[in-house]
Structure formats: C-alpha cells, structure tokens
Design a protein around this ligand. Sequence first.
Ligand SMILES: [Zn+2]
Length: 334
Amino acid sequence: MSTILADGTIDDDATEIQLFEASGAGTAVSDSSIFQSSFLVATTQDLPTNADDDIAAVEPSGSTVADDASGDRTHRATIDGGIRIHYQAAGSSRTLSYQLPVCNRNPEARRVVEIRARIFIDPTTGLPTASPSYIQAQLDKANLAWAPACIKFQLTGGTATIIPASVTPTIMTPTGPQNFLADGGNYGGQGDRMALINAFSPGARRDVFELFVVPNIATANAVTYGPFDDFPNLGLNTFMVMRSNLSPIARTLAHELGHGLGNTPDTHLRKHIFYPQRPWKNTDPTNFGYITDDRPIDNYRRISDMTIMQSRTERTVTPTPPRTALGNYALKNP
Ligand SMILES: [Zn+2]
C-alpha cells in the first residue's frame, strides 16, 4: 500500500500490509472471502521539524513497526491525493491494483476556503508589519492542520497584500499606534475593533475570510470576529486579526480559521486539540507555560470529529439563520 499525489506519482513509499481472513457475518467459517488489515492511518504531509509519518505503527501485541518497514500502517497523504493498493494472493503470480481518493470525489468531499490577507504598515517604522511569506507560512500550516477535514485554504490573488499607509484607519491612532485593541480597551472596547470593522466592511464578502496582520494585539495573538459576535456593521462577515512574528508551530491562523468555519467560541480541551482549544497557561513548563506547540505528536495537532462536522456546515442564505448558528458561507467546491 502506498499513497499518491494528485498527479498520480508516489507520495509515501509502498509498504507491505498483511491481510487477515475475517469470518463471515455471524459465522466462524474459514473461507469467508472477506479480508481485512489492521487499521491504516493517513497522516498529513511532514511538519517542518517533525515528520508525522515517522510515527511507528503499534501492533495489537504492543510491538512497533518502523516507518517504511513491512507492516508500516501510517502513510502521509494530501486531500488531493489517493491511496494505491496492489494485492497479490498467496501462491498467485497475478497482482490486482486498486486506487481510492483520500477525500471522496463523487460526491465531491473536498472544500476550498478563500482568505483575503492584508498587512498593515507599522506607523512607527513606516514598514509593513509582516512579509507575505509570513502569511504563507501560517497558511501552509493551516492547510496541514485542516487536511483531516478535507478543507484547504487559498489566498485571494495568491498572496497577501500591503495596506497603503493612506488607507490605515483609526486603529493606528497615536494612542495605540502599534497595538491593535489598545485603543478603546480590549474585547469590550469599541475603539480599534470597530474602527477596523467600519473601515473594511464595505468591501467585505461573507464568503471570504478577511485577515488583517497588525504589529501587536493587546490581549491575544489573534482574534476572530464573526456572525456570532453580532457587531454593528460586521453583519455576516468574518474578520480575523493576527499579530506578526508568531511561530507557525503555534498554528495561530489554523486556530482562528476554526472560529471562522464553525462560528464558535473557544473552550478548554485536551492538549492535542488545536481548535477550539483555549490554551492553558502555566501547565507545561517546557513551553513557557503555554502548550501551543505542535512538535510533540500528542500536542496541539488534531481537531475533533465534532469540529470537523461544525466546520463543514454551510449556513443557509434564505432564511438567514440566527447569528449564533453553526457554520459558515465560505465553503466552496474545488
Ligand atoms: Zn480562539
């Protein structure tokens, strides 16, 4: 069994998987013609510092199988790729081949979400707050993170754009020049937040997530405003504001996209869930008190089935659902 990329070339190396004959339904016949393997796991493409696929498969006996060894049951895959199986019965010289997509194509299971990313100029330095490559790194991480939901993200126009200094609205006022939300307080304030919404809502679309990069945020790494918030002038649009200079291993944009897709708030959950995790502080001394680091395989990497279901929920246009209804308008077929 191997995995293949969208163009049909090999993605992850073929490894031999043993099949076991299963009993027929409700019987113990030994010639049931039903065969099954131990479970197979599709992982995302390798993370920059930790290859997901390097996880050793564990046998029911407790023994482990090294990556690419016979019996390795973890293979990396992309949502546009597939699984290729060559089957050879014992004693037979004939090989049968099968191919399956990772995400169903009939009906199409994949979804694409468009993000319009814009970068503010820091009024203190006169320079952009971040480079487009910073956004791309966050986006690449988000695409790894959301692959299990068969959702991928793409930037409007293919890249982030710089907001001209002349367009900088009052969120960069002298009292809080480098610090979004510093004007008018934090989440309860009306200053920076409403200035941003009022300035950019006229051109916003509810089926595109609007992402803004700012020098700093007073109370968070990032914050998402959506229908759930019921803010004047925001309507059914979704705005995300993110700091510059965040490490991709914190999956910050991937987390915010969970807010945008599900229209749901944070909660405290297990360590391995990156959304809707509200990070615990001072529980893990190895990460400066925060656990937002996806390098360990049991930390901040996964989303739950419930999150996948909520994030793949499409809000209806007519009738307009309650502001707090689950789901989004951004899901499109590829
Ligand atoms: Zn959050």
